[in-house]
Ligand binder design. Structure first.
Ligand code: EPU
Length: 430
């Protein structure tokens, strides 16, 4: 069991470098299965979800070489297996991208059902609908998703998504790249990582148009060949540091970001009294005055990201007045509210709405990181709180944040990592 022990109440100062985007990396790495040749991928975040995916790719027969800390050469040309081992894949949510990748390459995939239900129900019916429209038979048997196309290649299809789904949009896009003919995805998700996946695939020879809009057209090509690609910076990691400075106070330059991706987060923090200045590929975030209430509703991009909901909640807990937070994507993303209350927060949850009455201070307490972003929210609350906050179940946090303790300690935080010998296995929330 690993815990983070935070001595809170210290403002943050200095500069922090943002890593590559988790939710882009966890799709791009499986998508290298489509490529006949070496993919050099730069800006790969060093997080445990990525390590797991690399282990799965190796197990399938991929050759992976570390070029430097954040650069990998991945060669999947010798992969012949279409069966993904249960023990590895059940630990990660994004293993569903292996279905699109293996189906697109071989016309067949056997992938364990993705684990975890930490955010409420997480169906994958839209992924299945897309694969079926492209000529695959999809069924779930003994904990596995079994997908088989009538021939080795899928057929292009016109697919209207019933819900705006990041995962279904990316998975169908991956599967369609080597299909016969044109695939059209309507009501597609528009997150920055969708554009990033399309850019990666196009740079390897795919023909994808419209990523970033709600209609994506993919004209199937015969094959993809290797090349270079650099993953975009992580919008949510950057937003998490913005929220941390806003809650703890101080002045921090957040570097290696795409400011446009952060507009929705910047707008809310500015409404609350935080000063944010754009400086090319950095943002300078400063907070020394009081925070004021605001209302936030999470929505698919370009709306306020659901993956920033617990982090903004931590800031709202300290804002003068009553704020209303509405979750617009997941059924159950407030499991952290009880933990915040232990720290003195005044937060009431009713279904998808949380009412937060700001308090003048939070106080440290023992809390549990119930999922990845909830854990990030607890770190933020702990940094702002007086006294000691002890966070357990931090394996959730380490799935999505590279070196978060080191990065925060460089900014003047006081976080100690304490490890004891208990079993630490769990399923990813991402
Ligand atoms: N949905 C369906 N059917 C489907 C797919 C989704 O009904 O087939 C519903 C979901 O139940 C949800 C909504 O559609 O209500 C959106 O789900 P989406 O498919 O967009 O989510 P996801 O692809 O499973 C990814 C991220 C999540 C992030 C969401 C929304 C990864 C690995 N996960 O999940 O990230 O919250 O998009 O942006 O990319 C995180 O990083 O902490 C995390 C949870």
């Amino acid at each position: 069991m690993t815990k983070y022990i935070i001595h809170g109440g210290k403002p943050l100062h200095g500069e922090v470098e943002i890593s590559g985007a988790k939710n882009a990396a966890v799709a791009i790495l499986p998508a290298t299965l489509l490529v006949d040749g070496v993919c050099r991928i730069e800006n790969v975040p060093q997080i445990s979800d990525v390590s797991l995916l690399l282990s799965i790719l190796k197990d399938l027969g991929a050759e992976i070489r570390t070029v430097d800390r954040t650069t990998l050469d991945i060669d999947c040309s010798k992969v012949r297996k279409q069966h993904v081992a249960y023990d590895l894949a059940r630990q990660i949510r994004a293993s569903y991208y292996l279905v699109g990748s293996l189906l697109g390459r071989f016309g067949k995939a056997e992938v364990p059902m993705p684990g975890g239900c930490d955010l409420g129900t997480r169906p994958i019916d839209q992924h299945e609908k897309g694969f079926s429209a492209m000529g695959a038979e999809v069924q779930v048997q003994n904990g596995y998703i079994l997908a088989n196309s009538r021939s080795n290649r899928l057929e292009g299809a016109h697919i209207y998504l019933d819900v705006v789904s990041v995962g279904a949009t990316m998975n169908i896009m991956i599967a369609a790249v080597l299909a016969d003919g044109m695939t059209i995805i309507e009501n597609a998700a528009k997150e920055p990582h969708i554009v990033d996946l399309a850019n990666f695939l196009n740079s390897m020879g795919a023909n994808i148009m419209g990523a970033g809009t709600d209609i994506i057209k993919i004209r199937g090509v015969k094959s993809l060949s290797g090349g270079f690609y650099s993953i975009i910076p992580d919008q949510i990691e950057a937003g998490t540091y913005m929220a941390a400075v806003s809650a703890a106070g101080g002045e921090v330059r957040i570097k290696n970001i795409i400011p446009k991706h952060l507009d929705c987060i910047t707008a809310k923090l500015v409404e609350m009294g935080v000063e944010i200045t754009e400086e090319g590929d950095s943002l300078l975030v400063k907070r020394d005055g009081p925070l004021t209430k605001t209302n936030v509703k999470t929505l698919p991009y370009p709306g306020f990201p659901t993956d920033m909901q617990p982090q903004i909640a931590a800031v709202l807990c300290l804002a003068q007045g009553t704020s209303i937070l509405t979750e617009g994507v997941w059924d159950n993303r407030y499991r952290y509210a009880d933990e915040f209350r232990r720290m003195g927060a005044n937060i009431q949850v009713d279904g998808k709405i949380a009412v937060i009455e700001g308090v003048s201070k939070l106080t440290g307490a023992p809390v549990s990181a119930c999922d990845l972003r909830a854990g990030a929210g607890m770190i933020i609350a702990g940094l702002a709180a007086s006294g000691i906050t002890e966070i357990d179940q931090v394996y959730h946090i380490e799935r999505g944040y590279e070196d978060i303790v080191t990065k925060l300690n460089h900014l003047g935080a006081d976080i100690r990592v304490e490890t004891t010998a208990d079993d630490d296995w769990h399923v990813s929330a991402g």
